[in-house]
Design a protein around this ligand. Structure first.
Ligand SMILES: Cc1cc2nc3c(=O)[nH]c(=O)nc-3n(C[C@H](O)[C@H](O)[C@H](O)COP(=O)(O)OP(=O)(O)OC[C@H]3O[C@@H](n4cnc5c(N)ncnc54)[C@H](O)[C@@H]3O)c2cc1C
Length: 417
């Protein structure tokens, strides 16, 4: 496995911190890149996906300007590579289904640089590249043991057997929303459901589609969101209101007829809305479905010997596109803290109040989707118009810009001592 090139003698060996990253998605890959080759740290990385086997490879993702700022300040080469693989997310519009425009934001008004829109598979390719060949793939965490020195030993399934790659001072959970490391150490999180189902679809050839940058369209409480992706494809995501928070997704919702009725307004329909609705109707049987849900924040387990990052720590509502975005912040900033000699508690002090604030802001911004809003056009309209107000703009500015650079992270650690 990967060895720290700086580790050359027994004298150093005594001070070396052995870290294993379980799961190299967004947060895990970035943490590994931040730490690889760093003096005093040896790092091993494991992922359950075998090479070439990429989950969720098809659909699109918009990642906020705050993630790009984190990359720019801490990993400029990764920033450049991600930018090159993506289209800029520079504008955010909200319209009613008939085309009435409610909100039109140039992100330059609230951010230092654009966000990005790209395929999930493209983001994973770019983030995993620095650790390619140094990550042990096809290894799924199943259990934990301790070695004679009291260090944690991950037990991973590889092929037909189990492997125990050794004892580690710190295990990092980068294994996503259904984190095995979190479940083993803290129990599976109780997800909070919000009474909304989400559909998503990738349209491979969207050359004639009447849309481009990030847009949202409301028909009552049903919403469509879409944008074009690199290579001429487009991503469409639908929100389907359910009767109650815990309600099952009705079987009928998966039919073409239901999708057609859900996104067809009583009068005029905007060209973009009609185009998206017709694609959803055409592909109704193969839409990907998920629930709008979030998990409570947990940052550490086993007295700080396990550090949780990204969705493993805080799966959040996708409303503001902050899931992968916060996973980027987590991976990069946790890496900066560990490099500067801090531990999981310092990561928690740096990150947790911001993560809780982002979670609350994402929930408030979901007002137009959540049960409690009646499914009337005027409700979605009022909620969307409110987003042009000074308060929402100030919160967006805070969201997109309050990312500390390396000096601020180090200074924060000194202050905490
Ligand atoms: C419908 C939907 C739409 C979304 N849209 C957006 C969006 O537009 N913008 C945005 O910012 N976010 C979005 N998100 C959220 C985003 O995808 C996640 O927040 C993000 O991927 C989390 O990153 P992560 O690194 O924590 O985990 P992941 O990216 O999920 O990576 C987890 C890694 O762990 C590995 N793994 C899992 N289990 C094990 C195991 N037992 N052993 C070893 N390895 C394991 C996996 O193979 C994977 O590589 C969306 C989510 C959903 C469900």
């Amino acid at each position: 496995m990967a060895q720290n090139p700086h580790v050359i003698g027994d004298e150093w060996e005594r001070d070396i911190m052995r870290i294993a990253v379980i799961g190299t998605g967004v947060a895990g890959s970035l943490l590994a890149e931040m730490l690889q080759g760093h003096r005093g740290i040896t790092l091993d990385a494991f992922d359950r996906l075998a090479p070439g086997e990429e989950a969720e490879a098809g659909t699109g993702l918009n990642v906020g300007p705050n993630a790009m700022k984190a990359l720019r300040l801490h990993l400029p080469q990764r920033h450049a590579a991600v930018r090159a693989a993506a289209l800029p997310w520079s504008r955010w519009t909200i319209e009613m289904a008939d085309g009435e425009r409610l909100f039109d934001l140039d992100l330059a008004e609230v951010a230092e640089e654009p966000g990005i829109r790209l395929r999930w598979s493209a983001l994973y390719d770019v983030l995993r590249a620095p650790m390619a060949g140094r990550t042990r793939r096809g290894c799924t965490l199943e259990a934990l043991e301790e070695d004679a020195k009291g260090r944690l030993v991950p037990v991973l399934r590889e092929g037909g057997g189990l492997i125990r790659p050794g004892g580690y001072d710190l295990l990092v959970a980068g294994d996503g929303r259904y984190s095995a490391l979190r479940a083993i150490t803290l129990g599976a999180p109780k997800s909070r459901l919000h009474g909304v189902a989400l559909t998503r679809l990738l349209v491979p050839d969207a050359s004639g589609a009447p849309l481009d940058d990030y847009g949202q369209w409301f028909n009552g409480a049903a919403r469509l969101l879409a944008y074009k992706l690199p290579g001429g494809s487009a991503y469409i995501a639908g929100s389907v209101p359910l009767d109650a928070a815990e309600a099952e997704i009705p079987a009928a919702a998966r039919s073409a007829g239901f999708q057609h009725a859900l996104y067809t307004p009583p009068g005029r329909i905007a060209p973009a809305m009609a185009w998206m609705r017709d694609r959803l109707v055409e592909h109704a049987p193969r839409l990907h479905w998920a629930r709008l849900q979030e998990s409570p924040l947990e940052r550490m387990a086993l007295d700080g010997r396990v550090l949780l990052l990204g969705d493993a720590a805080h799966a959040m509502l996708p409303t503001l596109g902050q899931g992968a975005t916060q996973a980027v912040e987590d991976g990069v900033l946790a890496g900066a803290v560990l490099r500067a000699g801090g531990g999981p508690e310092a990561v928690a002090r740096l990150r947790d109040s911001r993560v809780e604030w982002v979670r609350q802001f994402s929930l408030e911004a979901s007002d137009t989707l959540l049960p409690g809003f009646s499914p009337l056009a005027r409700e979605a309209r009022a909620g969307s118009l409110a987003k042009s107000g000074a308060d929402f703009m100030a919160q967006l500015r805070r969201l997109y810009t309050e990312v500390p650079g390396p000096e601020a992270v180090s200074a924060g650690l000194v202050e905490q001592v």
